[in-house]
Write a new protein. Structure first.
Length: 105
């Protein structure tokens, strides 16, 4: 079952422990404030999508992470992760398991 966190040290420790690095999706930050859509990439993973990503520093990642009020869903035993809005995590904790960032009210 996925866990959720906003703790920077925990996120970095989990990501680096699985070979992950901070990145943004190329071309998503050109029209507004911020760097673009945040991701954690795994360059050594088979079928890695790092060609569609631009590497960024952890400092830049967490600056945008906080400004956008995000949280990380992750699995300790795999590379599964998803960056979601903190409101989504709150709604899931209160029983709305269909909550996603795209249906914010």
């Amino acid at each position: 079952m996925a866990k959720a966190t906003t703790d920077h040290q925990q996120i970095r420790r989990w990501a680096e422990g699985h070979g992950g690095k901070p990145a943004v999706v190329k071309g998503t930050g050109d029209d507004g404030p911020g760097l673009g859509i945040l991701r954690i990439t795994f360059p050594d993973a088979p079928n890695s999508d790092t060609g569609a990503m631009d590497s960024i520093s952890w400092d830049d990642f967490f600056e945008q992470f906080e400004a956008s009020k995000l949280a990380l869903l992750y699995d300790d035993d795999s590379r599964f992760n998803k960056i979601v809005g903190r409101d989504t995590v709150d709604r899931r904790e209160h029983g709305d398991h269909d909550a996603s960032r795209h249906d914010r009210r």
